[in-house]
Structures are given as C-alpha cells and as structure tokens.
Design a protein around this ligand. Structure first.
Ligand code: PEP
Length: 247
C-alpha cells in the first residue's frame, strides 16, 4: 500500500540557528513514522538541512526549481543543481509563485519536467482561489492546472506528487473541510487515472492550514495521501503531531 507523505513548506522562514533547533527537535520526536516525511526549505539552507538530516527518515525538498536547464538565468537554481545537493522533492506551481511570480500552467509543467528529468519528485500544486470556488469553477481550474503537467510529461506523471491547495485556505487558518478536500482529490485521482495506469500510486496531498488539530480527519479521507504543511511545519510539536496522524 502507498504510504502517505507529510511535507513541510517552510516558505521564506528560518535561520541557521533556528533550522538546526527545529530539525533537532523533529529528529528527537520522531517515533517510528509510518509515512514519508520531507521538509521543503529555502534554497540557501538546503545544504545545511541535507547534512543534518542525512541518514534520517526526513527527506529534503526545494520550494521551486528553474524552468531552464542552465545558463544566464541569474538567481535561479536548476534541477541538476538541486539533485547535486541530494534534494528529493521540489515544490512546483505553489500558489504564491503563481501569484507573485506570474507562473503560468505552462511554466509549471516545464518545471515539473525539469525536476523529473533530474530524478527529483515534483510536488505539483493546484488549487482554486476563493473567487473561483464561489463562481463554481473549482473543478475547471484544478483540472486545467493538472492537465498542463499531464500533457507535457506523459507517462512520467506516475512519478509526481500532486498537492491540492485551495488558495483561500493557505495561511488563512481556513481549512477545506475533509469532505470538500476529498471531493477535489477524487476529481484529481480520476483525471490521473485517465492519463496513466499507475495513477493509484500517485500521492495526492492536501495543503491549506493543515494543523495538529485537523490533520487526522483530513488524512483519513480515502483520496488524501498526505499533507503539504506551511505554518504548522515550523513548530516541531505540531509537525510531529501531523506526522503521527498520517498512515
Ligand atoms: C503552503 O504554503 O503550502 C501551505 C499549505 O501553508 P499553510 O499550511 O500555512 O496554509
């Protein structure tokens, strides 16, 4: 049976000292986890985290990857560079990148392709805004976002992780109800099933104000295969509680 994945997204938070303390507490508190675990950290801290987590049950992920292979792209990190550092995952298409960096579905699909080509698992984020939900467009939006990745990557999509992250739930304290989240996950699962015979092994994780109090209910839904956790991943006790709730 497929394991669940609990991935923390630290966003633009941390310092050498704070990261060391957080990871120390996480490692000390991990109690034979049954799920897969990752922390997606700012690029400048990848090496630090990779070193501290070497040989542990926690993998390291990046929060983005360049759509370009190499060359004159100042400030970018290529998939090959991330692989060089031992990075296992890269978030692509996070709503904050779509919103503040104008990342289109096409760019997100290329980023997923770059990650896959380098042997990094892209965590492909999809999700609707509040306005889109209220206009009844949730299904159309998430399917359009995922379709771009499917079309460019073909059979390789069996190697991706999908994160359903309703934009209105990210960092707002408003969580999708387990039923709302399950309904969208089921749609995404069906879309993946139509695209690959290996859809059942693709983890579809939920993100959006997942916390120690609501994780167990969300993670108990049949098509929720884990969580992408922002704010709560910065507090070791909360992140450990979410990990313990996973299957
Ligand atoms: C995220 O940034 O991916 C996220 C889900 O954030 P939060 O858990 O803080 O809503």
């Amino acid at each position: 049976m497929k394991k669940q994945l609990i991935a923390g997204n630290w966003k633009m938070n941390g310092s050498l000292a704070a990261n060391e303390a957080l990871l120390k507490d996480l490692l000390a508190g991990l109690n034979a986890p049954v799920c897969q675990i990752a922390v997606c950290v700012p690029a400048v801290y990848l090496t630090q985290c990779q070193k501290q987590l070497a040989g542990s049950a926690i993998d390291v992920g990046a929060q983005d990857v360049s759509a370009h292979e190499s060359g004159a792209f100042t400030g970018e990190n290529s998939a090959a560079m991330l692989k060089d550092l031992g990075v296992r995952y890269a978030i692509v298409g996070h709503s904050e990148r779509r919103q503040y960096h104008a990342e289109t579905d096409a760019v997100v699909a290329v980023k997923a392709q770059r990650a896959l080509a380098a042997g990094i698992t892209p965590i492909v984020c999809v999700g609707e805004t509040l306005q889109e939900r209220e206009a009844g467009k949730t299904e159309e939006v998430v399917k359009r976002q995922l379709a771009a990745v499917i079309h460019l990557n073909g059979h390789c999509i069996s190697e991706i992780v999908v994160a359903y992250e309703p934009v209105w739930a990210i960092g707002t304290g408003k969580t999708a109800s387990p039923e709302q989240a399950q309904a969208v996950h089921a749609l995404l699962r069906a879309q993946l099933q139509a695209a690959t015979s290996h859809a059942d092994r693709i983890q579809i994780v939920y993100g959006g104000s997942m916390n120690a109090a609501n994780a167990a209910q969300l993670l108990a839904q049949p098509d929720i295969d884990g969580g992408l956790v922002g704010g709560a991943s910065l507090k070791a006790p909360d992140f450990l509680t979410i990990i313990a709730a996973a299957q």
